[in-house]
Design a protein around this ligand. Sequence first.
Ligand code: S3P
Length: 441
Amino acid sequence: MASRKISPGGTINGAVELPGDKSISHRYAIIAALAEGPSEIANYASAADCRSTLECLRRLGVEIATKDRLVHIAGKGLDGLQEPRKPLDAENSGSTMRMLSGVLAGQRFRSVITGDDSLRRRPMRRIIDPLRQMSADIHGDDRGCAPLEIRGGNLHAIDFTPPTPSAQVKSAILFAGLYADAVTTVHESVRTRDHTEIALREFGANIEVSRGAIRIHPRPKLAPRRLIVPGDISGAVFLLAAALILPDSSLLLHNVGLNPTRSRVLDFLISLGAKIHVPALASRDGELVGDVSVNYAPLAGGEISGAQVAEMIDELPMLAALGPFTEKGIEIHDAQELRLKESDRISTLAAGLRAMGARVEEFPDGLRVEGKEGPAGRSAAAPGAKLHGATVDPCGDHRIAMALAVAALGAEGKSTIRDAECVGVSFPEFFDTLERLRGLS
Ligand code: S3P
């Protein structure tokens, strides 16, 4: 697979319109397929994961036409999906597999959903167990992994608290709840992204949210919609971080999704000393959207734990990789979920950063990446490590590839990111955008 060379230095300057948010695109596509009539989704994510969702929906008999980032979906109503002739392939996309399984649990036909090697290693009991409680017939392999075989229909409503905070699990149950015999409730002790709740309401579902309890009423008539997907804040963070590593940088990001369940990462960067501004917020299709500007500023360092983890789960690799560029480093705890993502993100990132000379301590639930000051008590004569260029392996994980590529901008000497095209899973334009902003293309 193709690797990518990164030469360090330069500045980030300019403005970018980001591709559509991956999480929101999945949800709009799935709900549009269940609506009664044609929906139009603009700025649909260019992410390969979101194409996987469209392909699965096509195999379920949904007509979908795409032109650039505009997607037309001919919704078939809650009961219009057809039994697929072949297994559905979610490829690398956990969101596709987990959220679609909720929909499939409501169908009277048999379906099988599978994925690539990485996805077939990821835990699916977290959706198998609650969907079985709703009386779906759903089986994985003996480790509770995909392929999943699902025979649905006649679902019972449940009152469920996911043992691990997860927006994908919450969404799977809410989608199954559309087909249940009464009101289904999901309780959240830790808040996770609420795009499913917002999108279901936009399409006309009856959904109530109060004090951590989300209640979905069954069998709504979902109305088709025209929607615009906001720019992906999780992709934006890699560009923001590049501007915070390279002195004199100045970057403007247009129309970024700023849903409060996703934008905590900006507050965290500001708490480190980043000069980030959001001049105005607008509400579009129930989601907050705004421009985000950043100017280079030195960063202090900080810690992330507890409820912050779920709110910044996809940004943690980039935040950790900022560690060597901060004064005091970055320390992350309570993030054992990172080990269950597209790769074991704690060990993949630690290995990559160490190869570049960073000092990294790995914990079962996180990591500490040393800053410029070095460990507490170390004298100024023995400062933390400065990064040097290296060949690094992101293990096929898009967010690790981008985090290491951005760290490589601040290293001494060239780096090589192996298997770099894996960034296409969430942000195919990443390397081109970075080059353009650095004036290299
Ligand atoms: C997502 C939820 C998160 C996140 C993933 C996308 C979503 O996963 O890491 O990239 O769109 O709901 P979990 O639900 O497993 O925390």
